[in-house]
Design a protein around this ligand. Structure first.
Ligand code: ADP
Ligand code: MG
Length: 274
């Protein structure tokens, strides 16, 4: 398999939707793995106290392991907390432990509470390692952890499940993103919407797809992730679906989505430099 265009500047993408179960974690780990196996150095930052991304990538995330919690409170650097993964030599993960559950409250009284992740991510260490992509897997809320992710990123990727009430709550997410743009991170924009868990047998899935495309236009990736048992089984084996069953429709669709993301990034750079 070939390589993908390397971004001229590191892309930091926050995967957010305050709804649970829409495919944030699944999309984070599989898109990251797809970019990594195609030659791009990629870091997953698990920012959900549940630690699902850490589980899916099979990295140690027992309480006490240097994790994103220690990074946020300033005890270790991001590079010190990053672990290699079995998925690809190009794929690294900063895990989340259960200690992160208290961070939402602890952060409130800390200096520069909204930009602690940004400070950690823009460190020179990441430049040295040459990380091309950072994906931040957010918890299902719009609290201080998600705000930290939005301040640290240039782009937001919103997964939308092709189901009932798919668009419910999106208004709230978008207005939070706008607030962050206005007050904390000028550069932030919703660059990517990914339709997930598409079930071609239902009319509803097509209705949701059309509605989302009408509403968000080209921000929506052409690739749609199908509902697939392989995708849901993979984390139970500590694997991405790319490792678990590379030939499956789920794996191939995540590779296609990752290619779209990489190619759009290259296009954006070209158009902004002319
Ligand atoms: P979130 O991080 O937004 O809470 P997850 O990525 O954990 O959502 O997905 C929620 C559940 O749906 C998980 O059990 C996951 O395995 C399953 N899932 C996600 N994407 C798919 C898919 N394409 N096909 C089948 N199951 C999926
Ligand atoms: Mg999750």
């Amino acid at each position: 398999d070939g390589t993908l265009p390397r971004p001229g500047r590191r892309r930091v993408m926050t995967v957010a939707n305050q709804k649970g179960g829409v495919g944030k974690t699944t999309s984070t780990v599989n898109l990251a793995a797809a970019l990594a196996v195609h030659g791009l150095k990629t870091l997953v930052v698990d920012l959900d106290p549940q630690g699902n991304a850490s589980t899916a990538l099979d990295v140690d995330h027992r309480s006490g392991t240097p994790s994103i919690y220690e990074v946020l409170i300033g005890e270790v650097t991001l590079a010190e907390a990053a672990q290699p993964t079995e998925q690809s030599p190009n794929l690294f993960c900063v895990p989340a432990t259960i200690d992160l559950a208290g961070a939402e409250i602890e952060l409130v009284s800390m200096a520069s509470r909204e930009s602690r992740l940004k400070e950690a991510i823009s460190s020179e260490i990441l430049d040295e390692i040459g990380v091309d992509y950072v994906f931040i897997d957010c918890p299902p809320s719009l609290g201080l952890l998600t705000v930290n992710a939005m301040v640290a990123a240039q782009e937001v990727l919103i997964p939308i499940q092709c189901e009932y009430y798919a668009l419910e709550g999106l208004g709230q997410l978008l207005s939070n993103i706008e607030l962050v743009q206005q007050h904390l991170n000028r550069e932030l924009r919703v660059s990517t919407i990914l339709l997930t868990m598409y079930d071609g047998r239902t009319k509803l899935a097509d209705q949701v797809t059309n509605e989302v495309r009408n509403h968000f236009g080209d921000t929506v990736l052409k690739t749609v992730i199908p509902r697939s048992v392989k995708v849901s089984e993979a984390p139970g084996y500590g694997q991405t679906v790319l490792a678990y069953d590379p030939g499956s429709r789920g794996a191939m669709s995540y590779v296609d989505a990752a290619k779209e993301i990489a190619e759009r990034g290259a296009l954006m750079e070209r158009s902004s430099s002319t």
